[in-house]
Design a protein around this ligand. Structure first.
Ligand code: ASP
Length: 453
């Protein structure tokens, strides 16, 4: 029997989870809800704890083995410096494009205003959400607030953010860096240094280390394939509780905001990045989407670019045909620092809150928000709802009166937006890998044979 391809299986699971969630909601209205509550909790366990746990479990050895074996195959510092320069330039530029799309949309649609005035219904909804928030939501918001307060206010806040970035880049304890949830910057930095040091060894001495990390990487690939065989179950279990719990008043009141974020993300996904692929990478954007579809669906389902990294690595090498040396540097770094969707989302969310609160945002404010979104998105971890901390920092520094009241409401409608922006984040990383590989003269990228899957 012909095997159904991975992306179809995942897509099927997404559809089935949505239908089942709707069915559960219908049944719950009439019959005993005990069975349904049990099923939802089981799904959360299978999805978040088991499936995402498995993906996260392999991230550390995967990053170390792929970065070390990839960089050690570059010829010395010069090749590395060129790769670093191109990657950083690409990431900064595309994140800026994303923010500008968000800025344009939120100014055009004005989701926080009604007839040019701050929307009182949304103001009320912010207050009500805060009063009725669940313990879990309040705890989440409190921890984000704590993190943002650690950073401090005003220019000092942004400075401590940069200092924090520096601290994470150069960890004093590499094991601790590896253990930090979704923040792999220190581990990548250590692995890069380690790999460059290998290239400095006399040829025979470095050989066994290169072979070791290469084999380790091959083993991680096998593990990734095993875990992905469970993807349909994992994805089903992840999505069902999300759809089941979504809906209700707050989604209706914040509908225009929801639409603005989704429309902006879609524009970046379907217009900006395809144009970048076409004109900068000189590749067929459609072929790229086909090559990356399993990774994009995984990103959407897990809302975590870090947990998706093993799948992104597989798709970019096996389907898109990018070399390991390019993929192993651009993708782990991208999953950690490059977040187009997140940067765009931060910009839309902050300006939306300003509109609701009746705060006049002139050109100077918009410029600062763009800059803040760009900088903070670098520090956001590749895990679900991580941008909340960044939103807190920007709101706290923006001088918008009462802005903090909005956070609980933003969190209440966040999961689907988070899923969507994570897919955009992963797309951005994969585009970087392809464009940079092409610029390095790699051949066979996204050619029909490569996209087979
Ligand atoms: N969930 C996003 C990611 O993993 C980060 C965020 O925007 O919250 O890429």
């Amino acid at each position: 029997m012909k095997k159904i391809k991975a992306h179809w299986q995942i897509l099927g699971a997404l559809v089935l989870a949505t239908l089942t969630a709707f069915l559960f909601r219908k049944i719950e209205l009439g019959a005993d809800a005990g069975f349904i509550a049990g099923a939802v909790v089981t799904c959360e366990f299978v999805g978040k704890d088991i499936f995402m746990g498995l993906l996260k479990m392999i991230i550390v050895p995967l990053i170390v083995s792929s970065v070390v074996s990839g960089i050690a195959s570059l010829h010395g510092m010069e090749g590395f410096a060129r790769l670093l320069g191109k990657t950083a330039g690409f990431y900064a530029l595309t994140s800026l494009f994303a923010i500008l799309v968000g800025l344009g949309m939120v100014n055009m649609i004005k989701p926080g205003l009604t007839n040019g005035e701050p929307n009182p219904e949304i103001q009320r909804a912010f207050e009500e959400e805060r009063i009725n928030a669940s313990e879990a939501a309040l705890a989440k918001v409190a921890s984000a607030q704590e993190r943002s307060l650690e950073m401090g206010e005003g220019a000092g806040g942004f400075f401590s953010m940069l200092a924090d970035f520096g601290r994470r880049l150069v960890p004093s304890n590499v094991i601790e860096a590896a253990a930090s949830n979704g923040q792999m910057l220190g581990l990548i930095f250590f692995s890069v240094l380690f790999a460059i040091a290998i290239t400095q060894l006399p040829k025979n001495e470095g050989k066994s280390l290169r072979e070791f990390f290469q084999s380790l990487n091959d083993v991680m690939i096998v593990l990734t394939k095993w875990i992905m065989a469970l993807a349909p179950i994992g994805v089903f279990a992840l999505l069902l509780p999300v759809v089941y719990k979504s809906g209700g008043g707050i989604f209706v009141v914040l509908g225009k905001y929801f639409f603005t974020v989704l429309a902006s993300l879609l524009f970046h996904f379907a217009v900006t990045m395809p144009l970048v692929l076409k004109f900068l990478g000189r590749v067929d954007p459609w072929a790229h989407m086909r090559a990356m579809r399993t990774a994009l669906l995984t990103a959407f389902s897990t809302a975590s670019s870090s947990a998706t990294l093993p799948v992104t690595m597989r798709c970019i090498q096996d389907n898109a045909g990018v070399s390991k040396k390019t993929a192993s540097f651009t993708l782990p770094l991208g999953a950690t620092v490059n977040m187009d969707g997140t940067a765009l989302y931060e910009c839309v969310a902050v300006i939306f809150v300003a509109q609701v609160m009746g705060f006049q945002i002139d050109f100077g404010h918009q410029f600062i928000i763009v800059l803040a979104a760009l900088l903070t998105s670098i520090g956001v971890a590749g895990i679900p709802s991580a941008s909340l901390v960044a939103i807190f920092i920007i709101l706290q520094n923006s001088g918008i009166p009462g802005a903090e009241t909005a956070i609980v409401a933003l969190l209440a409608v966040d999961r689907l937006l988070d899923m969507s922006r994570t897919a955009v984040n992963v797309l951005g990383d994969s585009c970087a890998a392809v464009v940079i590989a092409k610029s390095e003269g790699e051949t066979g990228i996204l050619e029909p044979k490569a996209v087979e899957e």
